[in-house]
Design a protein around this ligand. Structure first.
Ligand SMILES: [Zn+2]
Length: 281
């Protein structure tokens, strides 16, 4: 194991996680308390570094529980690589044939991204795929309507002082208003893919191409941002994301870089922000 050769006499957690296949859970279980705690500081930021002795780390990595986990992890990685390689064969290289499955996958992922238990990192990944899929679908003629929706959020009164604006209220600084009124703008898209309809929306500033504005379809109702059931099983997410990646790439990408940068700069963006605003208030 080459990772172990470069292991310092005292290794911190980051090294164990990144180089040696440890997880936070395994560290707690098999290593327990660190051999040394070092106080560190960088500017005004202070933290405690947990250090584990090399000998103890290597010893613990012989534990059957560590080995079992490392093997399981390796198997998962191999399985993923295999599955990814099968996608083009499965669709005989024709990304359009894969669109119904890809869109169904995005339908579930997009719902999942609004769930509280979806991690920030996962949200960023899902919204990147959503951005790129929407642009690819639009460019290739699957869009049946696209329109701008303005969502007006009313001002919210301060709960600290009941909106009275007491001078001493720390929550609102005496204004009585917790959050002022604002308008959020979205592009809404309706796509028709193999007889199925998908309706997705994006914050205006994330849409890097210029859709034609049409009137909203009559049956369209203003969207609600809340947790809805996710039809797809969680263990199918990885496959769905691989398929989306492939479809987007085969469809010729879609301003991929600009969208990616935008997402990584702003963190998770999309309707979830709105939902958070409502919950936070
Ligand atoms: Zn107040």
């Amino acid at each position: 194991m080459t990772a172990l050769d470069s292991l310092p006499p005292l290794a911190n957690k980051t090294t164990l996680l990144k180089q040696c296949g440890w997880t936070p859970g395994l560290i707690t279980l098999l290593l327990g308390k660190p051999d040394l705690e070092k106080r560190k500081a960088k500017g005004s930021y202070r933290w405690v570094e947990h250090l584990y002795s090399r000998d103890r780390v290597i010893e613990a990595m012989r534990d059957p529980r560590f080995i079992a986990r490392a093997e399981a992890r390796q198997q998962r990685i191999e399985l993923q690589v295999q599955r990814k390689a099968q996608i083009p064969q499965q669709y005989r290289g024709n990304w359009r044939d894969a669109l119904p499955e890809a869109c169904a996958g995005m339908f579930s992922l997009n719902r999942y991204a609004k769930h509280r238990r979806c991690s920030e990192l996962h949200k960023v990944e899902i919204y990147r795929l959503k951005n790129e899929l929407i642009e690819a679908l639009y460019r290739h003629g699957y869009c049946s309507a696209s329109w701008i929706h303005r969502l007006v959020l009313e001002a919210q009164l301060c709960r600290g002082c009941g909106g009275a604006g007491d001078l001493g209220c720390e929550r609102c600084g005496g204004s009585g208003i917790y959050r002022s009124a604002r308008t959020l703008e979205f592009w809404c898209f309706q796509f028709e893919v193999a007889g199925k309809r998908f309706c997705w929306h994006q914050p205006l500033d994330l849409v890097k191409f210029s859709p034609l504005a049409s009137v909203p379809p009559q049956e369209w109702k203003e969207f609600e941002v809340k947790e809805k059931p996710v039809p797809m099983r969680k263990d199918q997410f990885a496959r769905a994301k691989q398929l989306l990646d492939w479809v987007i790439r085969e469809a010729g990408g879609s301003g991929e870089n600009s969208v990616k940068q935008e997402v990584s700069q702003r963190g998770a963006v999309g309707p979830f922000d709105l939902w958070q605003l409502k919950v936070a208030a």
